[in-house]
Design a protein around this ligand. Sequence first.
Ligand code: IPM
Ligand code: MG
Length: 361
Amino acid sequence: MNYKIGVIPGDGIGPEIVKEARRVLDTAAEKYGFSLEYTELLMGGASIDVHGIPLTDETIAEAKTKDAVLMGSIGGDAKTSPWYQLPPEKRPEAGLLKLRKSLNLFANLRPAYLYEELKAACPLRDEIIGDGFDMLIMRELTGGLYFGARRTVVENGVREATDTLVYNENEIRRIAIKGFDIARKRRKKVCSVDKANVLDSSRLWRSVVEDVAKDYPDVELSHMLVDNCAMQLVKNPAQFDVILTENMFGDILSDEASMVTGSIGMLSSASLNETKFGLYEPSHGSAPDIAGQNIANPIATILSAAMLLRYSLDQDAAADAIEAAVRQVLKDGYRTVDIMSEGCTQVGTEEMGARIAERIR
Ligand code: IPM
Ligand code: MG
């Protein structure tokens, strides 16, 4: 079996971490008897430098011919990078939003769990951590405030800006179905998060989610207001299995959830559409301040590559092997600087990739 993989190294630490993910992917492919053919795609600042825009139509067309796309990270330092002198629709992030929308990647899966080996990095107190936690944020990714109409006008000398939070019931239904489907493979709990005490879009969200739940009598559904959810994530994270939420709430809560695990450099993500195709990227950003120093943690990208194997290529055994190799490397005491603790061996980006790959062989 030969698969076509699009690769977006991107900006900042992107190229370094993607290189290690490819090393690990190739090792897994060799062991499990399939091959991967990569095509590099430009997006974000890297595309601006070459084409003047963060994502070209040709790149979108090319991405559509692939079985899956693996991405590093995009964007630069907003204070110093010339990319941020450009109008908003030409900045690196606009490329990512356009890619999500053009490929209809409406379902964003962001797992957040506590690694036993990295408990010391968790900022929560021991009695809150308890036996650890393991949740998955299912974030709607192509609707809501991110894609509703927006404008800035000046009226009578006063500037006024508008963003629109809009969802139709079909958009809500399809993400809810994804949420319930994945909950079935986990601990069978969905917590739908909204702001139904204020927003119409949230009241519609709640009612559609309740409708979908009727087809999943084996899955327990609860609702939570987003402000309360922000609090519960630090008060009792273990209560959550699948958190199902709209685009903006998911953006905010997933950063919070990853911080709570204490290891943002470890967390992967997948963005899926109705087909097998997906875009896989680490949950963290491009960290331009440490780019090119061989110190970035490649594990989130390596685990995103494992998700790619599982969700887009159905290569579950190879995905399991990568995840097991990551755990083994941690057990063996290897750490990049962001997760370093006493008594462990500090390694760089490349060595971390190599250590993981050698545990797959
Ligand atoms: C994320 C990021 C993006 C988002 C930015 C870079 C546009 O924060 O993937 O969470 O807001 O969706
Ligand atoms: Mg974000």
